[in-house]
Design a protein around this ligand. Sequence first.
Ligand SMILES: NC(=O)C1=CN([C@@H]2O[C@H](COP(=O)(O)OP(=O)(O)OC[C@H]3O[C@@H](n4cnc5c(N)ncnc54)[C@H](OP(=O)(O)O)[C@@H]3O)[C@@H](O)[C@H]2O)C=CC1
Ligand SMILES: O=C(O)CCC(=O)C(=O)O
Length: 485
Amino acid sequence: MVFQAGETIFNYMGGKWMPSATGRVESSINPARLQEVVGYVQTSSIEDLNQAVEAASLAKKAWRKLSAPARGEYLYRVADLLEQRLLEVAETMTREMGKTFVEAKGETARGVAILRYYAAEGMRKVGDVIPSTDSSALMYTTRVPLGVVGVITPWNFPVAIPLWKIAPALIYGNTVVFKPASETAVTAAQIMRCFHEASLPTGVINMVTGKGSVIGQGIIDHSSVNGITFTGSNETGKRVAYGAIHRGAKYQLEMGGKNPIIVAEDADLDDAVEATVNGGLRSTGQKCTATSRVIVVSAVYEVFKEKLLQRVRQIKVGDGMNPDIWMGPAANESQYQTVLSYMKAGIEAGASLIYGDQTTERNENGYFLKPAIFENVSNEMSIVREEIFGPVLVLMKAHSFEEAIEMANDSEFGLSASVFTKNIGSMLEFVNEMEAGLVRINSESAGVELQAPFGGMKQSSSHSREQGQAAIEFFTSIKTVFVKP
Ligand SMILES: NC(=O)C1=CN([C@@H]2O[C@H](COP(=O)(O)OP(=O)(O)OC[C@H]3O[C@@H](n4cnc5c(N)ncnc54)[C@H](OP(=O)(O)O)[C@@H]3O)[C@@H](O)[C@H]2O)C=CC1
Ligand SMILES: O=C(O)CCC(=O)C(=O)O
């Protein structure tokens, strides 16, 4: 199947592209060219979801029985196909959700690497031999798949996030029902096309598009879905958790962040500015790992602020397909309005907007926002406490390094955090004291590596970890075996 611009995206189930019985579609719009329809996405029904879950259930026994290296061979094939189509997939991503083409290419390449990493996982050990008190017995652990896994993903990393869930799910022997974000379902279909052409056995992977409240909720509630892996907002994440607990399904959540960068007195300020800008504003600030609180020790506050303002003035905002553009639009109207309403709330609460414009009217071509920087904020303000998911930074002054860490920890979230300092003592203090799942020294807060565990503390996650070898913990159950010959 070759996707043409403006085409309707079918569901993928039981190895076939299927129209939804509802006959209803919604258009996926280019946020940088509002007249451009990237594709039409089906608003499927529960009946469509039930068919997909049935296909995944029928496929699970044969897939589980296949050897893990054989499952890995399929993933290698998918990786090759995605690599061949890298430019096409990246262009669809840029047109569908706005991130720059450079970032979209980087993310698609990361998707290829994720597939190859998990393909190789099929050759690694899955258990341990444990000494038994009975010297004539053999005791060991092995791992078994959960069964059918529901994958619910957001729009901000439309290739990497689905793949870092789907690839480990499959390699450890699960079958998958994938519900992509409606915003990026056309990009999701490009991924499915690679799975289809790699000829995975029928029903091993299935995709159903449609409303979160129908298809997402349907996955949460479906008695044949044994595990649910979710990335997105805290509100929806909590729904997943409540629903899964209610019926005894396993679940995993990656949710929001309000990630700090601490700039110490001895920091290299130019590097710290670059990390703040890249960490906070790349992808238009729409990353759960994005820097949003910039906590600067008072001795260097004014110099840092001037350097930051100088750097932010150089940022060009526009259509991410244009190579001169550094920052694309907000992904959609709702995201655009949310950012403007947070900016308004910040001003009303008494914060000073030192860069940006909260009255930005929607440019007739797209949802473009200028980067925004606030100062004179207090920790009760919503712009300091809540995840905005946009290009908005708050500058905060700390009187000492210790106070900076206290301020950084004063948050409901704990996903990632970064510090700039040359002092090894300060680095270690930060590593020990910072309440975050990912702590980065002299580097930006965003930038997850696929071979390392990823996840947050506090309200940022379900305290589980994704990616790297940590993924095996969610996608399998341990079975302890005792053999008495
Ligand atoms: N941590 C992260 O990486 C992300 C955080 N966010 C945060 O969330 C905010 C809102 O973004 P939004 O896209 O609405 O995030 P959501 O949490 O609503 O969406 C994430 C996924 O969940 C689905 N979903 C929505 N409602 C339900 C439901 N009731 N049951 C099951 N699944 C559901 C969505 O489907 P559908 O697309 O069809 O609505 C999508 O596939 C952002 O402003 C940001 O703060 C958003 C995206 C990623
Ligand atoms: O920073 C990254 O590379 C990944 C961020 C992420 O997982 C997210 O925004 O959902």
